[in-house]
Design a protein around this ligand. Structure first.
Ligand code: AMP
Ligand code: ZN
Length: 106
């Protein structure tokens, strides 16, 4: 999607550093961290939210990406969060998984 900030990040338009990436997703630090370590796992393909994701294979790959990124970033104990819908706190409407460790405020 042309006006989606996470699509732009995926496409490298902002020069965002990826702490981890694979064929399915990129992982970068949240710009406004709600924990000592706060990563976002973002699929390369655009889905507005979890509601629009109907690909079980990709869902599995995204959860594997959570594990791989956490390992690379030496996170031993972490929380994963997916906000789905405005009333649940979703602000960016490109599916993403929060991965947080330490003093979590989300
Ligand atoms: P959510 O409320 O689940 O939609 O989470 C969106 C998250 O994206 C928030 O934690 C924001 O701090 C984060 N965010 C928004 N813009 C950027 C950006 N340009 N780079 C990194 N993180 C961002
Ligand atoms: Zn997008």
């Amino acid at each position: 999607m042309t006006d989606c900030i996470f699509c732009k990040i995926v496409n490298g338009e902002f020069g965002t550093e990826f702490v981890y990436e694979n064929e399915y997703a990129v992982v970068f630090k949240d710009i406004n961290p709600k924990a000592d370590k706060h990563l976002l796992v973002v699929p390369r393909k655009h889905f507005d939210s979890l509601k629009e994701l109907d690909d079980e294979f990709l869902l599995g790959k995204l959860m594997m990406t959570v594990k791989e990124a956490a390992k690379v970033c030496e996170m031993k104990s972490y929380r994963t969060v997916i906000n789905t819908g405005k009333d649940a706190g979703q602000e960016v409407f490109h599916l993403h998984i929060h991965v947080m460790e330490g003093n979590i405020r989300l």
